[in-house]
Design a protein around this ligand. Sequence first.
Ligand code: PLP
Length: 515
Amino acid sequence: MAIPIELDHGSRQSLQGQIFEQLRHLILGGKLKPGTLVPASRVLAEQLGISRNTVLLVYDRLIAEGYLQARKAIGTYVNLELPETCLAATRRIVTSAPTSGEPVKRPAIPFIGHIQTKKAAAHLDFDFYPDRIDLDLFPHKVWRRFINRIFTSTSTHFTECCDAGGLPQLREVIADHLGIARGISVSSDQIIITAGSQEGLNLAARLLVKDGTLVATENPCYRGAASLFESYYAKLVPIPVDEKGLDVEQLPRDGVTLLYVTPSHQYPLGFTLPIERRLKLLDWARRCGAYIIEDDYDSDFRYRGSPLTALMGLDDDGCVMYLGTFSKSMGAGLRLGYLVVPKALVPAARSAKWLLNNGHAWLDQATMAEFIRSGAYGNHLRRMRNMYSKRHDCLIEALREHFGAVQLSGLESGLHLAWHLPKSYPDATELQALALNHGVGVYPIGSGTTYNVGKSEYSARTLVLGFSSLNEYQIRAGIRRIADAFINLPADSRLSAIDGHSRVPPYVHHRHQRY
Ligand SMILES: Cc1ncc(COP(=O)(O)O)c(C=O)c1O
């Protein structure tokens, strides 16, 4: 019996692989029925014009996987014991015959998360996207040197999982850093090393959030946090933000389990929560038994005044969890961050991390620990701070040069600022469309990484501008391009926002000169 096998000698798949796949399909599709004798290896080799050895290797594999059986004096035949259900199920796939009747009903998946895309927009010449940092500033050489040193000086730990909480030496240097830089006195046991602060948020949510849990957030807030809590079926309670950050007086008196807050540099508006509000916040948490997540995502970059002690540094009641990340100082691709939890939550947080992924990858932790311990991280931070401080000042200057007395917030620290547009300007979405058409990315509140839980007073007239991934030349050129486009607006289009007609005006259709 000749078996219908066709070989493609130009294929990247080996001959052995092709024969194996085709025989397997013939068996699963029912064309070679259980008990059917397959041709002797010599015969099939002749039929296909290939070496007998190749056929023997294929038969051995099919026997090993249970598709064929071999008996001395009888020959090789299709396994009699292939279960009928398996054949029937796979036959449909293999033959791709149309299925009849109702499609199989499967339970709806309970997960309701949405992905937040962070890809660079290739069509933009200048993108003021808030969460990107300059790739060229990653300390490639030093990092490589540390990795090499770790490989040669210590035994590697690729074959065993780390402690669920993370590498002890990394947790120790982080605890020291938090004491000096943020006024937080914690033992290294309270630190869980995570894949960025996003995983820290996941761990916190895993501990505290279930269907219907009330989670209060600033409004507007960081999309990564709000969407995450929603994916756990939390009910978000938006708390307005004013020029001093979260309006503590508007927190509900009870019922809230968790509050997510960015006290050092409110995300995205950049306000700093003053000390009296911090103390009131802790008092509120104490009274209503809530936990607070303090997301301290960019406090390494402070340009004016001395930093306020972190909320966790003021907490005597064990209600604050602190989120730290190396995404801003090193790069988000490293996926390295940490969650600091109150002592009472340590066992649960360690178990949650263990169940999630058995602890964080060893090599990056070991490299980061050495990088910090040696002082290289401190040097790197100083360099980055210096660079970003210049970009920060450059952006403010460029805005003032082209748009006059601009109203800005979030200038003390961080890698982005918020620009509050006057009433005589198009609204934020119109300005975004105008900039976009001229190859520049700027972001109204509620787009990109920012989230309005319902409406916030900043929705219509605020733009977020990140400056850390653009050099000074690009920052100036980007702002100049928006300004030129803006100046060329026909007067009636410029007034569209005042009239209350929210429309993308006709001027956005012509492209402007390039810089
Ligand atoms: C408010 C806020 N928190 C946290 C992060 C960092 O997230 P991750 O550490 O997961 O990269 C960002 C983004 O860059 C952010 O804007």
